[in-house]
Write a protein that binds this ligand. Structure first.
Ligand SMILES: [Zn+2]
Length: 173
């Protein structure tokens, strides 16, 4: 398979103890240091969530098109999505792209890591209209820059792969 990032060797992945946790929902543990995850909202629904202390609570749970675990949306993150798309109606959120990252937030007087949503929209692919995600060891921002330089337009990893295959065919014939 041809990929725009084939020339980049795999980064050594360390096994942080936090990664051994396997809760049902997305959390800071699922992010590399400084990582951003551009994702497409697939559904938003109210669900009963049982906390690690066994407390049951109704939460707003967001699932994604990409293979990420569902994220429990707090008020801060809901407000960010509303502002990003000027849309308070959660039924209109599926299909929209957001960028997840980990922020240090103060909770009960202590700094903890929490999943937050960037106040900018993800880059969109000019071929398929989908969001531009990262690819192996390239970030979404790097894919955006690289494809604009190489193909003159921003492409998602899948469309960049197609474009690379086309170029390779041109070279051999
Ligand atoms: Zn695309």
């Amino acid at each position: 398979m041809i990929c725009v990032c084939r020339d980049i060797s795999r980064r050594n992945k360390k096994m942080h103890w936090k990664k051994l946790f396997n809760p049902n929902y997305l959390g800071a543990y699922a992010f590399e240091t400084g990582e951003e995850k551009p994702v497409t909202i697939s559904s938003i629904k109210e669900e009963e969530v049982t906390s690690t202390e066994g407390k049951k609570e109704n939460c707003l749970v967001c699932t994604f098109k990409e293979p990420e675990k569902p994220l429990i949306l707090n008020k801060t993150n809901c407000k960010t999505i509303e502002k990003l798309y000027n849309e308070p109606d959660i039924d209109q959120w599926p299909g929209k792209g957001i960028i997840l990252y980990v922020a240090k937030v103060k909770a009960f007087g202590e700094l903890t890591d929490a999943v937050r949503i960037r106040s900018v929209k993800p880059f969109l692919c000019s071929a398929c209209g989908g969001i531009i995600t990262g690819c192996k060891n390239k970030t979404h921002a790097e894919i955006y820059e690289l494809t604009r330089k190489k193909y003159g337009k921003a492409l998602c990893p899948a469309c960049a792969t197609k474009a690379a295959q086309k170029e390779e065919k041109k070279d051999t014939h």
